[in-house]
Design a protein around this ligand. Structure first.
Ligand code: C2E
Ligand code: CA
Ligand code: CA
Length: 612
């Protein structure tokens, strides 16, 4: 515009840029002579374009320059607007005097008397117009040569504008690409790539921080019942809630599926981490509404701290994942990573290798914990519990190696080992005249083991043990992980006559609906409710209503973790059927358990009881 102004001594210069459909434009107007900055005015204005109005329409339509000789005083016989370049066409000569009048009105309204307008061309399209108006200090109007010059200038401007437009476009495309490569399209949050980069940046600051991995509980269920579309809807809402936690120190990402992650930077204080976790979990307090359906969603959070738990993004993410897995399975809602319980830590990997050989080398054994009938004090059943006698580390509790086995294929031979031992033992006791049912724990993975039912049938047959003398304990959580798969296996086993118990009852999130679908015989109230129920009214209530629930569904109810006489008495008066716990008897060797069974049988002979 300044070049045009100086070249043509114009008072006013205007650049009008059209949008693609020609209905709207952007007007850039330069006024003043540039002698002083104050006197120079540059205006930007978005204008509506009426195609019947303004010289630009002519210019655009004809793609040629137009000369307006004098918009204020029209001399008779001479058109006020002339096309003086190639075709020497003037508006007055053109078909529509109407158009000419309107054009003049338009410019008069804008304070323009004499003017030249040239098209801005990009390739073959007119994308705008360049106008110079009101020749300064001269009464002589602009001539043909001036218009040609303006057209040339406009051509250069067109190229320049197009270049910058393309540069903008490219920058925009680059931004979009960058965005889609680093952001999740569903929630708009950072994706795994960006999140890893953010962790790396966080590590580089040398300030401590935390990586928090969050996984929705039972999201699969929501997806299955409400459909994928609504599942996506829910994820978007979760993403939006988490996004509100974002701040200077907190980044939020969606890593995929129902897995989200947060990075907490510059937090040397563990209390800050706790506060962040609390606000993270609080984000799930209110229910979500998807398609009018209220959905309560809970989440499990795993946390790794840096630099304590790693100094690269991948190991921090992996460790947060290990902690998240533990939070999920321990129902603790959140968990900070602990090296000693990491199944993938070096020590644990070594242990896994050793566990593989332990079965073959006879390092595993099975102990038995008696289960006593609450009313009669008789012992009709025992629970088989595995033990590992590690050559260097001594006896290891199952909690230290079962989770390890469960995360690998080792759980299959391990379960078969315990089953074989327990069934063998039941046969041995039967030969001694002791009729006991043995319970064996199954892991979630066992429920996907297609060959398990046939193998169990073969073991029972091999040792001539009636299927009713075997019971299998499964947890609510393993049912939740795959309700359909579980159904089939349990149906098969139940048809064979094998008993089914729900272990750790009350710790899952289930709405108990599976109790109607699955062939369950028994529920085992989790020991966390039983231990201390004497002194805790809430626990007492839970135990009481669980017993009622079980009985209403025609199930046998077992209480685990009976540690005192008081608890035993309370449970008995609440109508609990079977008691198991340290107060009744600790897990013990088969020999000791046999002796215990014999004593129980002698002290309370069944024949006697029946005759009473
Ligand atoms: P669980 O199935 O709930 O087994 C009961 C656990 O509670 C046993 O721990 C038992 O020793 C303990 N317990 C029994 N009475 C009391 C009591 O009065 N107070 C307290 N505080 N604890 C009591 P254990 O043997 O350490 O087993 C722990 C878990 O390991 C078991 O929990 C079970 O989930 C798993 N497990 C044990 N053996 C096997 C197995 O052969 N296969 C599988 N898959 N899991 C097993
Ligand atoms: Ca059990
Ligand atoms: Ca249990």
């Amino acid at each position: 515009l300044t070049t045009a102004r100086d070249m043509f001594d114009a008072e006013v210069c205007e650049l009008l840029l059209f949008n693609s459909d020609g209905t709207q434009g952007r007007d850039v107007r330069l006024e003043g002579d540039g002698a002083s900055i104050a006197a120079t005015k540059l205006d930007f204005e978005d204008v509506r374009l009426d195609p019947r109005e303004g010289v630009w329409a002519r210019v655009a339509a004809e793609s040629r320059g137009v000369l307006i000789r004098d918009a204020s005083a029209t001399r008779a016989g001479e058109g006020p607007i002339g096309r003086l370049a190639a075709g020497a066409l003037s508006v007055a000569e053109s078909k529509s005097d109407d158009t000419a009048a309107r054009v003049l009105d338009y410019y008069r309204g804008r304070g323009v008397k004499a003017a030249m307008v040239a098209p801005l061309r990009v390739e073959d399209n007119v994308v705008g117009t360049l106008l110079v108006g009101n020749r300064r200090g001269s009464t002589a109007a602009w001539a043909n040569a001036d218009l040609t010059l303006l057209e040339t200038l406009a051509n250069h401007a067109g190229v320049a504008i197009e270049n910058s437009r393309q540069a903008d476009e490219l920058a925009h495309q680059r931004d979009e690409l960058e965005r889609s490569a680093t952001h999740d399209s569903l929630t708009g949050l950072a994706n795994r790539t960006l999140f890893r980069r953010q962790i790396t940046d966080g590590l580089a600051t040398k300030q401590p921080g935390a990586v928090m991995l969050l996984d929705l509980d039972r999201f699969k269920e929501v997806n299955d019942t409400l459909g994928h579309h609504n599942g996506d809807q829910l994820l978007r809402q979760v993403g939006a809630r988490l996004n509100r936690l974002r701040g200077a120190k907190m980044s939020v990402a969606r890593l995929g599926g129902d897995e989200f992650a947060l990075l907490l930077e510059d937090t040397p204080n563990v209390d800050d981490v706790s506060a962040a976790v609390a606000s993270l979990l609080a984000a799930f307090d209110a229910a979500f509404v998807v398609q009018g359906v209220t959905v309560h969603v809970e989440a499990s959070v795993g946390i790794s701290l840096y630099p304590a738990h790693g100094n690269d993004a991948d190991s921090l993410l992996r460790r947060a994942d290990v902690a998240m897995y533990q939070a999920k399975h321990g129902h603790t809602r959140y968990q900070i990573y602990e090296r000693q319980s990491d199944p993938y830590s070096e020590a644990r990997l070594a242990l896994m290798g050793e566990l593989r050989r332990a079965t073959e080398q006879g390092q595993l054994s099975v102990v038995y914990q008696p289960q006593q009938a609450a009313d009669s004090g008789e012992i009709h059943s025992v629970e088989a519990l595995v033990r590992w006698h590690h050559p260097q580390r001594g006896e290891l509790p199952p909690d230290e190696f079962i989770t390890l086995a469960e995360r690998s294929e080792i759980i299959h031979p391990l379960t078969r080992f315990v089953l074989e031992r327990a069934i063998e033992q039941s046969a041995a006791w039967a030969r001694d005249g002791l009729d006991v049912r043995v319970s064996v724990n199954l892991s979630a993975r066992n429920l996907h083991d297609a060959g398990l039912a046939t193998d169990i049938a073969a073991m029972l047959e091999r040792h001539s043990v009636p299927p009713s003398n075997l019971e299998l304990e499964i947890t609510e959580t393993s049912i939740e992980s795959d309700p359909r798969g579980t159904e089939e296996l349990l149906a098969t086993l139940h048809e064979m006559g094998v008993g089914i118990a729900i272990d750790d009852f009350g710790t899952g999130y289930s709405a108990f609906s599976y109790l109607q679908r699955l062939p369950v015989d028994e529920i085992k109230i989790d020991r966390s409710f039983v231990m201390g129920m004497e002194a805790d009214e809430r626990k007492h209530q839970i135990v009481r209503s669980t017993i009622q629930l079980g009985h209403n569904m025609g199930l046998r109810v077992v209480a685990e973790g009976v540690e005192s006489e008081l608890a035993q008495n309370e449970l008995t008066s609440l109508g609990c059927d079977v008691l198991q716990g340290y107060h009744i008897g600790r897990p013990m060797s088969a020999d000791m358990c046999g002796a215990r069974l014999r004593r129980a049988a002698v002290s309370r002979p069944r024949v006697l009881r029946q005759s009473v």
